[in-house]
Design a protein around this ligand. Structure first.
Ligand code: GDP
Length: 367
């Protein structure tokens, strides 16, 4: 039966039901003498890493394994979705291992953003979440920006040890690994997967030139990610390909902005003023009066206020209100996985609404 089949590459249990889950193999491939999962197949034949997601339990097992190993942990987060791409279990498992924190998708930041401010903010957030990274770097895995530097930094910090790359789904981990491969694997430097079934379950091994190994771990699902609440067909709306362009809104007190139907920004009080929205340009911003906002959402979520789509409304989480009184100048109100609104002057009272579970927070402005 299928229960007794293992991938000769990575040793994972073979399954033929869910192409998105670990161990998937097309039923036709079961005829072969040596069964290899689709992930290892792609890796072997196309030098391409496929994104496979794991259940929380499986991931905890991997984290536990990493905690007991001696190596450098490279943790990738999406700088547009810091909360949604944080692995909350990680700090408990790292043991004595160093963690290098990498912020991806830097190509989406407006040019006016100071990268130093992003790095400082990431350091502060990491610390508040109980993690003290040895260093913080910014990259664009898609554009290759910073990847060469990071490769050198990894090589320096690993100090001859193995490397474990971890990250949530959608942070760009596959894109990063593929980019790293291009830089490191000359034609004869082929990636291998474990030849010993069961020993390195779920990890993909990339040999480094001194006999150490870089392990790619499957992406964990963070249930607080905005991306999970958006239909696949709409993902491109919230995951832009190009630099985010600011849009300025002059608002009177008691006016509201809807970001599609995904989030809502209420300006409660503080006099007429301007707000700068750094929100993906394909997401429609709808302005209305605060007193009409609840009814508007009730009547038009899933059509005028979309995404979510109408057929998703039943499962789409309710919007939860987070109130802030802004006391400092230049503050970003951040909607995790979406973008942010910059408020220049203190004294504004605002309410930010986001799907239940999705992070909303304020930080000193990046600009
Ligand atoms: P994984 O689930 O972590 O392996 O993420 P993927 O590598 O599959 O990337 C998830 C999405 O983010 C894809 O739509 C990528 O095109 C996009 N992406 C990955 N890296 C970058 C980046 O550096 N910049 C931008 N703008 N998008 C990226």
């Amino acid at each position: 039966s299928e229960q007794e089949m293992y991938c000769v590459g990575c040793g994972v249990d073979i399954q033929t039901e869910d192409p998105k889950k670990l161990g998937y193999t097309p039923p036709s491939a079961l005829e072969k003498e040596q069964i290899i999962c689709q992930r290892c197949f792609r890796l072997k034949h196309y030098n391409e890493i496929q994104d496979v997601s794991l259940t929380d339990d499986d991931f905890l097992k991997i984290l536990h394994g990493i905690g007991e190993s001696d190596g450098l942990i490279v943790k990738i987060v999406d700088i547009f979705d810091f909360n949604g791409s944080w692995i909350s279990g990680l700090q408990r498992f790292v043991g004595n291992n160093d963690v290098l924190l990498i912020g991806n998708k830097v190509d989406l930041l407006p040019k006016s953003v100071k990268q130093n401010k992003v790095i400082n903010w990431m350091k502060k957030e990491a610390k508040e979440n109980g993690l003290k990274p040895i260093d913080v770097c910014l990259i664009s895995a898609v554009k290759g920006q910073g990847v060469e530097d990071v490769a050198q930094i990894i090589d320096r910090y690993r100090n001859g040890k193995d490397v474990y790359v971890v990250g949530c789904t959608n942070v760009g981990k596959s894109t990063f690994i593929n980019n790293i491969l291009k830089q490191f694997s000359g034609e004869d430097n082929v990636i291998t997967t474990s030849q010993y079934p069961g020993t390195t379950l779920d990890l993909i091994e990339i040999p480094l030139d001194d006999g150490s190994t870089l392990y790619d771990t499957p992406g964990i699902i963070n249930h607080h990610q905005m991306a999970h609440y958006v239909d696949k067909r709409d993902l491109k709306i919230i995951m832009p390909k190009k630099e985010i362009k600011p849009k300025v809104f002059q608002l009177n007190e008691e006016q509201t902005l809807f970001f599609g139907g995904l989030s809502r920004f209420d300006y409660v009080s503080g006099g007429r003023r301007s707000f700068t929205c750094y929100i993906p340009s394909e997401l429609h911003i709808h302005r209305t009066k605060l007193e009409k906002a609840d009814k508007l959402y009730e009547d038009h979520a899933g059509e005028m206020l979309t995404p979510p789509r109408r057929e998703q409304l039943d499962e789409f989480p309710e919007l939860v209100a987070h109130s802030f009184t802004i006391k400092e100048p230049k503050i970003d109100v951040v909607f995790s996985g979406l973008g942010w609104v910059t408020i220049n002057d203190p004294g504004a009272k605002i309410v930010a609404h986001a799907p239940k579970g999705v992070g909303v927070f304020v930080r000193p402005s990046l600009i």
